[in-house]
Ligand binder design. Structure first.
Ligand code: FAD
Ligand code: DLZ
Ligand code: SF4
Length: 529
């Protein structure tokens, strides 16, 4: 089979179609595979250094992509499909998509090339440039795995002053008939978020997430990644991601049976040393294509109708996929490439070193960086309200923060990472995606986690050496961005509270914040971790 015997594939019969499958397109239903003729066509899959190193991805992320790609190629071959699988260590590999597609066109002399829209603007730009160079047509098909096409989102967005997720989500519920009773939302409400904000009591234990022991293909990939990408962030120890569709389906069943029933209640909770809680841990599988959003939402809806999970959990979960996931993709393609360059707060501070080594005495940040290093995973509130919130309050450079998020999470593909970081966490887009920044003081983290119990800082103290840095950073953030935020009706309450502090108090916040921020050691560019 392709991945275990890297012999060159004999050229295809001339006149067939070369079909591209990229690393995040591992779905048998991929539009590039529609109409595949096994007798004449060749599927091209490429492990290339350019993709593995354009940012220095977490080692588990590279291993997940490569192993899932190799398993997908093997499954296609078992079906009798010709797969030209270019391995990273193939001596003739040019190590870029453009180089490998050009070589494959020379080798197989196809009549045309068919691709599916890539998940990143950068890759699509390169494909469009290559199309100008190739001697044969290159067709790029819409990605039909999403509920909404890029065109559907554009039509929804057209003429709207405000592009809020909630309204898009309602349209999607109607269009796809999920959790609907005729024209009305099931249970009489579109959104059960108000019931989904409980802190996690000590005695509530979360189910252990399923882990999948590496098989021979994965073991070979783990060796390759160890050898070829030393110094990338993160550990490969305990690698347990599903890399086949069968195992990804097992992970889905596990979530539906064991975690979904309490997903809603504890969606925002955090616990030291346990990043998984009642979360799905399905985003890497959805994003590489092993699972389809439609089947995941259908499984959750079925659990509700069978009485296995309550509506607040099921609606909350479906909203993440049918709502947020589709919505951020729509925003990404609507606004790129300019979107990535906005910087609403003119934030320029370099990334602190502790983002890589976790060495900080802010316990919440140390825990989330460690979870991230160990698992290439952290759940939504850890990303948004700990790391993202800190980056927002500290005025970190959005481009540096975005690169970090793209590197460290196994599920990070730019169409989903960028809007979440740039728009949701950093408000660097000035409010395209969110109606207000998710800025919060230490009180929020204290309420939703057990991190503060082991921290040298006190979330109840507002200034001085014992104060939780999130507290003075929060007030200083509001104070210094008054001109950009004070008129936002959703921030009326915090600005009223800020107004109650006299100038001396505000000065203390300012000086505490400056002292803290000046003391942050910046990460060294190009350093190995
Ligand atoms: P659950 O919490 O169980 O949610 C279920 C599913 O809903 C997820 O698998 C995911 O597919 C989807 N989902 C939930 N929230 C979002 C969201 N905001 N946007 C898009 N889909 C969502 N998600 C990624 O897939 N890749 C990223 O690179 C990524 N970066 C993020 C960066 C920041 C700063 C923030 C705040 C969020 C980011 N997210 C990203 C969204 C979300 O945090 C992850 O999808 C989620 O943590 C994945 O874990 P899970 O599968 O256990 O999700
Ligand atoms: C993330 C990733 C990595 C690490 N390596 C590859 C690769 O070698 N070959 C490939 O086809 N895809 C890879 N990917 C995923 C691509 O970067 C992905 O296709 C883009 O992020 C989306 O356009
Ligand atoms: Fe984080 Fe502040 Fe709590 Fe420490 S006290 S864990 S810094 S929120």
């Amino acid at each position: 089979m392709t991945r275990s015997s890297p012999r060159p594939l004999p050229p295809a019969k001339p006149g067939g179609t070369l079909r591209l499958v990229l690393g995040d397109q591992l779905s048998r239903s991929l539009s590039a595979l529609d109409g595949l003729d096994p007798a004449r066509d060749t599927v091209l899959m490429m492990e290339v250094r350019a993709e593995a190193t354009h940012v220095r991805h977490h080692a588990q992320k590279i291993a997940l992509f490569f192993s899932a790609m190799r398993h997908f190629a093997a499954a296609l071959e078992q079906e009798g499909v010709r797969v030209d699988y270019i391995r990273l260590d193939d001596p003739s590999n040019t190590q870029s998509f453009a180089g490998e597609i050009t070589r494959a066109v020379e080798r197989h002399a196809p009549a045309r090339v068919i691709a599916t829209e890539p998940g990143e603007w950068r890759v699509e730009d390169a494909l469009l440039a290559l199309r100008e160079e190739l001697p044969i047509p290159l067709e790029i098909r819409p990605d039909s795995r999403f509920f909404a096409t890029r065109g559907d989102f554009e039509r929804w967005a057209e003429g709207r002053r405000s592009l809020r997720m909630e309204f898009f989500y309602r349209e999607m519920r109607r269009a796809h008939g999920l959790l609907m009773e005729g024209e009305a939302p099931l249970g009489g409400r579109w959104n059960f978020d108000a019931e989904n904000r409980e802190a996690l009591p000590k005695d509530v234990l979360a189910p252990a997430p399923p882990r999948f022991a590496p098989d021979a293909i994965t073991a070979e990939v783990l060796e390759l990644v160890t050898r070829e990408f030393p110094g990338h962030f993160g550990t490969l120890e305990g690698f347990g991601w599903a890399v086949t569709r069968e195992d990804a389906l097992t992970a889905l069943d596990h979530f539906i049976a064991h975690a979904l029933p309490r997903f809603g209640d504890y969606q925002d909770a955090m616990r030291a040393g346990d990043p998984f809680l009642f979360h799905a841990i399905l985003s890497p599988y959805l994003n590489v294509g092993l699972l389809q959003p439609r089947e995941v939402c259908a499984a959750a809806e079925r659990a509700f109708h069978e009485g296995a999970a309550p509506l607040n959990a099921v609606e909350g979960f479906i909203r993440q996929i049918l709502g947020w996931r589709e919505y951020v993709r729509g925003i990404y393609w609507l606004k790129m490439p300019d979107y990535a360059h906005s910087n609403h707060f003119n934030a320029t501070r370099p990334l602190p070193r502790f983002f890589w080594d976790g060495q900080t005495d802010l316990a919440c940040l140390a825990h989330v960086v460690e979870d991230t290093r160990a698992h290439a995973y952290a759940h939504h509130i850890q990303r948004l309200m700990v790391i993202g919130n800190f980056a927002l309050l500290a005025g970190l450079d959005p481009a540096a923060v975005e690169e970090w998020f793209l590197i460290v999470y196994a599920d990070a593909v730019e169409w989903v990472e960028l809007p979440n970081v740039h728009g949701m966490a950093l408000f660097a887009d000035g409010g395209v995606l969110g109606s207000k920044p998710y800025a919060a003081s230490g009180a929020y983290i204290d309420r939703m986690s057990d991190y503060c119990a082991s921290c040298r800082y006190d979330p109840k103290v507002k200034s001085g050496p014992k104060a939780c840095p999130f507290n003075y950073l929060y007030w200083d953030f509001l104070d210094r961005n008054r001109d950009k935020l004070a008129r936002n009706p959703r921030l009326a309450m915090p600005y009223r509270n800020l107004a109650r502090f006299d100038e001396a108090r505000r000065h203390t916040f300012r000086t505490d914040a400056a002292r803290f921020l000046d003391g942050l050691e910046p990460a060294q560019a190009g350093r190995d971790w």
